[in-house]
Design a protein around this ligand. Structure first.
Ligand code: ADP
Length: 674
């Protein structure tokens, strides 16, 4: 019970025609009144009591005399449940009035005390009654909130269903009659597939709500269970095929069974969908994971046993006790999910009198990983095949279009090879494909479907911008951002995080890890496109800025203005070894601990120059200062690392369109003039 309820004031109405009752009670309970624990009101008749109750419907305890003139306390008792649904009456009556006391108790009085009053007894009776009343109030409140939640839940899920059903129905009118939809516009297929997905999720939520409210009942029918499961398994073939997973089904069941087709279907559907999902995310680099396997068996022992085994990532032992809890998800590399599926499977199984077991190994070392779910059902067999004609099952009825393979292409070509390079990291292939296709009209685009692959590509390709979802397998978007921003080779890459986690905290986490921008799903493509544009423009401006400081002698020395830490270190390095003519890209790459290719890409993306060009520009830019400070041309040539003054002169002229000597004399004449 919440702490504050212990200190709640108890409101008591004393209904007694004896006038000295009021002073006596106030005298005996004065401390309780002073402390604010009790609040009394007094009525000398039932009529007066009714008027008070009308004004104070939150009374807790009635101390009620039975024998009163005009209307008896017993009459008031009969009206009490309606007037005070929670308040309770304690009868205060003479000991010899036992008959009336019995009647009062039968009419709902909570307790009684006898006159002459023992006040200690009365106090504990008041306490006991008040506690009971409080308990009633709380239970009613909890029930009201629960009812409200259930109603709200029910309404909202139905409200989602209606528009979705309309979307699907309208789509159906646009869809060709035949099953082959290959000519059907891609975007309409995307709408259809995703509307089905939403509908499936909502249906599952609705089932859970019904289960909670006790409204879900088992509806059995007779059918060929083995065949039914087989057809459901078959519906998963295209998806499994696409994910490079082999599915096999062994049906050891014959004949006809009595079972709830819809519930068994939901169970099989969820378990296979999970098996595929968690097998498809096994890293492709591991030998054992080249081809995933799912084995489904149906056996009849004392009960029907369905087992679904996969060679997926497995479930860590510590998580096993919780996976059937609602909304529970192992913090794994799993693609999107809601944590509903298994709890629904579990509750549906229990509802049908079955049980579910799970065994799993996460495959440490060389051991194989995988998970097996075993579900037992107490179904009854009614006969052998042939007795009842086979019923054809229309999966569309309850799993409309259960799986259809998302269309995805990895090649996104762009006509200009100069366009900025974007890396998209997203595990929803459909969304990835959508973004890639649209962005590739303006940019060069490469894609990855998990954080690890994203990191590999970021490192090898050094894109200009990475757009990454936060919830992705293997390395989430936060980890990926942190890695990119703390690795010298990649720290210049801009990162935009995409996520459905809209909370402020997540936004801050993303930005703290170094993300340059943050977008919450669902987002408008236009907005993403604008943000990418802004970032590439900013990068381009910075490039021009650094480039100009390397080339234009009237601007401050590059090392004084550069903000990029890595570039600053590089300039420092060049500055220190400026007089070394052997300083070139190989030498620099070795010194700085980067591959030649990475150094090239990084310097290029920061300054628009190759490292060799950068070194030369830096030498020439620096030579101006030496010439100005009084060094002659050949001294300067050696000071800035040219092997011969002649070659220095040639490069100087190419860059500044005057020879070093002409430059010197113009400086000198300017000085003399001044
Ligand atoms: P979800 O929508 O996340 O799949 P489920 O309730 O279906 O929710 O599953 C709960 C969690 O149990 C999953 O997030 C996953 O971590 C784990 N899980 C379920 N099935 C498997 C499986 N076949 N292999 C590995 N992990 C699984």
């Amino acid at each position: 019970m919440p702490e504050e309820t212990c200190f709640m004031k108890v409101k008591i109405l004393v209904v007694d025609d004896e006038e000295d009752m009021e002073p006596m009670i106030l005298q005996r309970f004065r401390y309780q009144v002073q402390k604010g624990n009790y609040q009394f009101s007094f009525a000398l008749s039932v009529r007066q009591a009714l008027a008070i109750i009308k004004n104070e419907p939150d009374l807790d305890v009635l101390l009620l005399d039975i024998n009163m003139p005009e209307i008896s306390g017993l009459t008031l008792l009969t009206q009490l449940p309606e007037l005070l649904p929670y308040g309770k009456a304690v009868i205060v009556s003479a000991y010899n009035d036992m008959d009336n006391i019995r009647t009062a108790m039968n009419r709902g009085a909570f307790d009684f005390v006898c006159k002459p009053i023992n006040f200690e007894d009365l106090e504990s009776t008041i306490e006991k009654t008040a506690f009971h009343v409080q308990h009633l109030r709380e239970s009613a409140h909890i029930k009201a909130v629960a009812d409200l939640k259930t109603r709200f839940y029910d309404n909202i899920t139905h409200d989602f269903r209606t528009p979705l059903t309309l979307i699907l129905a309208s789509l159906e009118r646009l869809t060709p009659e035949q099953n082959d939809k290959s000519d059907f516009p891609r975007h309409l297929l995307t709408i259809e597939r995703n509307a089905h997905h939403l509908l499936r999720l909502i249906n599952q939520l609705l089932e859970l709500a019904k289960l909670e409210a006790g409204h879900l009942v088992v509806t059995t029918e007779t059918g060929n269970l083995g065949k039914f499961v087989g057809e459901l398994v078959q519906a998963f073939y295209p998806l499994a095929n696409y994910q490079n997973i082999q599915i096999s089904y062994e049906n050891n069941l014959t004949g006809y069974w009595i079972y709830d087709q819809e519930k068994v279907g939901q169970i099989v559907y969820n378990l296979i969908a999970n098996a595929i999902k968690f097998t498809s995310v096994v890293p492709k680099t591991e030998e054992k994971a080249k081809v995933g396997q799912i084995i489904i068996r149906l056996d009849a022992q004392d009960e029907v046993v369905l087992s679904i085994h996969d060679t997926g990532i497995g479930i860590p032992e510590a998580h096993l006790p919780y996976i059937f809890n609602r909304f529970y998800q192992v913090d794994s590399h799993a693609p999107n999910g809601s944590g509903i599926g298994l709890s629904l499977v579990n509750e549906l199984t229990e509802l049908m009198g079955g049980s579910i077991y799970v065994e799993s190994a996460t495959g440490t070392g060389n051991a194989a990983s995988g998970t097996t779910f075993r579900v037992t059902f107490p179904f009854e067999k009614i006969g052998d095949a042939g007795i009842i004609p086979d019923k054809t099952i229309d999966f569309n009825e309850w799993f409309p279009n259960p799986v259809s393979t998302p269309v995805f292409s990895h090649s996104f070509t762009n006509s200009t090879s100069e366009a900025p390079l974007l890396l998209l990291v997203e595990d929803n292939l459909e969304l990835l494909s959508f973004m890639a296709e649209k962005l590739s009209l303006t940019y060069r685009v490469i894609t990855a479907s998990d954080g690890e692959q994203g990191w590999q590509l970021a490192h090898s390709e050094l894109p200009d911008i990475i757009i990454s979802d936060v919830m992705i397998p293997y390395r989430d978007g936060f980890e990926l951002t942190q890695l990119i921003k703390t690795t010298p080779a990649t720290d210049h890459i801009a990162v935009i995080l995409l996520t459905s986690k809209a909370s402020h905290d997540n936004r801050l986490t993303g930005l703290r890890k170094g993300a340059d921008d943050y977008l919450t799903k669902p987002f408008y493509f236009e907005e993403l496109s604008l943000r990418v544009h802004n970032l590439t423009t900013r990068q381009q401006k910075l490039r021009t800025f650094y480039n100009q400081h390397l080339t234009q002698p009237e601007l401050p020395q590059p090392i004084e203005t550069v903000q990029n830490e890595w570039l600053h270190t590089l300039y420092n390095f060049i500055e220190k070894h400026l007089d070394n003519p052997a300083m070139n890209v190989e030498w620099l790459a070795g010194q700085i601990g980067m591959s030649r290719k990475t150094l090239l890409r990084k310097v290029q993306s920061l300054t628009q120059l190759s490292p060799n060009e950068l070194i030369r520009q830096y030498r020439l830019r620096k030579s101006i200062s030496f010439l100005k400070s009084g060094h002659n041309v050949s001294e300067t040539a050696y000071l800035v690392g040219f092997e011969t003054p002649a070659y220095f002169g040639q490069c100087f002229k190419e860059m500044y369109h005057v020879t070093p000597s002409e430059f010197l004399s113009s400086v000198n004449s300017h000085n003399t003039a001044v």
